[in-house]
Design a binder for this molecule. Sequence first.
Ligand code: F6P
Length: 538
Amino acid sequence: MTNPPFLPASQTAWQNLQALATQVEHTPLSQLVDTPKRYPDFAFQVCGLNVDYSKQKIDQTVLDGLLELAHCAEFEQGFSRQTRGELVNSTEGRPALHTMLRTPDALQDAAYRPTIAAAQKQMFAFVDDVIDGRWRGYTNKVINHVVHIGIGGSHLGPELAVEALSHFSAHALRFSFLASVDGHLLQQLTREIDLEQTLFIIASKSFSTQETRSNAQSLRSWFLERTGSLEALARHFVAVSANVEAARDFGIAPENVFAMWDWVGGRFSVWSCVGLPLALCIGSENFRAFLGGAHEMDQHALNAPNAQNVPALMALIETWNSNFLNKDTHAVLVYDRRLRLLPDFLQQLEMESNGKSVHSDGSPVGELLTAPIIWGGEEPNGQHAFHQLLHQGTRSFSADFIACKLADHHFEDHHHWLLANCLSQSQAMLLGQPDSLLEGDELIDHKRVRGNHPSTTILLDNLCPRTLGAMLALYEHKVSFQSMLWKLNPFDQWGVELGKQLSQGIYKDISTTTSGQQLDASTQGLVEHINKRGGNVT
Ligand code: F6P
């Protein structure tokens, strides 16, 4: 007999949590935190990360209720199905095997081992050739600038990781990333680039994404206008794609096309050859350490019981925040400049994966809220911008605070201030400012800070390939576990297709004459306004 599908709202475990939430809502967070062994009970050390859930609005009763939910949602079985290669992406009939890319060769599934080994061998040999100066441009000069062209999953992970780990780079390669089709950056790049020393990486799993194709085509034409040589082009353009034929048609030499596969989703692909810029930045050995850190987290996610499983707990606690305590948004507050692109990366990872309104079987989720809005920024800059709303505004939110215990600069005092800011903000969100401290102040109503906002603090021992790999894998697995709670397919993204289709017709309306399509009155008005640009712009 098969189990009935897990429909959250109908589960007793879910209903029990709803009842608990009405009690906990009225319990101040400060009271929950002020209990013996709070920190040791709720902070976990894993793979060089200290993940502290002690400032969350949970106690042991809530946690037990959440663990019961995890049990009903079959966390262990679901995650093992994913990592074993079952077709968890049901609408596209694909597995989601990003974890296989960071599994040591000997432990990889034999069906995937040769293809992964071949791709990694090709990538690492290329990386060594570029870094050691054996790979040269068409005028025999070494490469000193890498321009990565790609968008979404083919951009966010590589740029985040290159920025985060550039202190591991032992050479003078410079990196630029071209994602949007906005021509301003393209123009700036074409003014700056020394094409004799630049390597262009076109990263597109499909090789059909419009933004990437437009950028790649424009750079190709620009390059050929200056060199007039397809042979020269082959020394400067490489591709990462699952669509090898399209890459070849573009003019990339077949041996310079690095593999991608349909069993790795775009937003989970930094571990594949899509991570080529990172490998070029930090070198092959460090890239392996990045994979190693993620693999450690994979093993933890697979083997740790739910009560100690850090990504599973993260998924449960954030679902508690959004579905039971009605937190609308989740802020990622990053106290390390090198990780300033993490909120962008997590927006795609979480919102493209779990921003869905049907279950994986196609039935509507109804009233159930799925992924919250993820946003955030580099701190402490945000403290002087949007924290006012966090402390005194009317919106409810939860937050992740992310910082590194150790810095990689010599200004120790700056790091102490940075960490002090991080801890004081999470403390202010926890405790607020009690009225007793403002007694007698005539502006008490304006100065009052209520606190009571839940947060998690993630402290990396230091920022290195291993800890970055582990942290990104932690968030990936949180997404998987949450998808099990909400019964979603986190590996497709059908919602982005409509905009792509519509843009084709509107592009024709704007760039040539008319597509002949019937537009709504508003869009038609805007198209006509744009098309008057020749005469009417003042
Ligand atoms: O924006 C949708 C999307 O399909 C993402 O999921 C993907 O990461 C991105 O476009 C880029 O796709 P590709 O690598 O095929 O160019």
